[in-house]
Design a binder for this molecule. Sequence first.
Ligand SMILES: NC(=O)c1ccc[n+]([C@@H]2O[C@H](COP(=O)([O-])OP(=O)(O)OC[C@H]3O[C@@H](n4cnc5c(N)ncnc54)[C@H](OP(=O)(O)O)[C@@H]3O)[C@@H](O)[C@H]2O)c1
Length: 166
Amino acid sequence: MLALIWAQDENGMIGQAEGFDGMPWHLPNDLKFFSRITKQGDIAMGRTTYELMTKAPLPDRRNIVLTSKKDYQAPGALVVHDKQDILDYAEQSDKPLFITGGASVYKQFLEDADLIYRTVVHDTFEGDTFIPDINWEEWELIRSEKGVVDENNSHAHTFELYQRKG
Ligand SMILES: NC(=O)c1ccc[n+]([C@@H]2O[C@H](COP(=O)([O-])OP(=O)(O)OC[C@H]3O[C@@H](n4cnc5c(N)ncnc54)[C@H](OP(=O)(O)O)[C@@H]3O)[C@@H](O)[C@H]2O)c1
């Protein structure tokens, strides 16, 4: 089972390629959600996203890094060089594989994904990286849950789960 998981603002913005120092919003609830969901399986991401993570590899799940650099080193992670390596891994695994970004990788795996976990932050932020266009006609919203807004999570947000229509 292959799932995409991301957080975006109301404009579909997911981050900044330049000058990244964390997500554009402060939302610990979403980080906890991400951690809880992805620990159910393993994660795969592009080299840029891997290098943007302050603590990598993330614990308690296999981290797979996609790069064209043949000599790339990512201690503790599995480095692969082809999209098909990730599809094969997901096919052979008895656990879900979560694609955790970034934009270029979401775009490549959209056609292969069975599920989308999308957190929508109900605000707009500065950023330059956007989720690719998605034909939502192909997807059914099967869960939608409002996140709790409190002193640590000041932005309204919704956790959505989409399943590819049969
Ligand atoms: N909001 C969210 O949930 C979220 C989550 C993740 C990331 N992001 C954001 O996404 C942005 C990064 O996205 P991005 O599109 O710039 O980079 P990316 O997708 O993370 O990584 C791109 C790199 O992955 C490798 N790659 C991708 N496809 C490949 C393929 N088919 N074969 C071999 N290597 C491949 C290449 O690495 P090499 O150059 O080494 O060959 C490529 O340069 C950042 O702004 C980040 O903050 C947001």
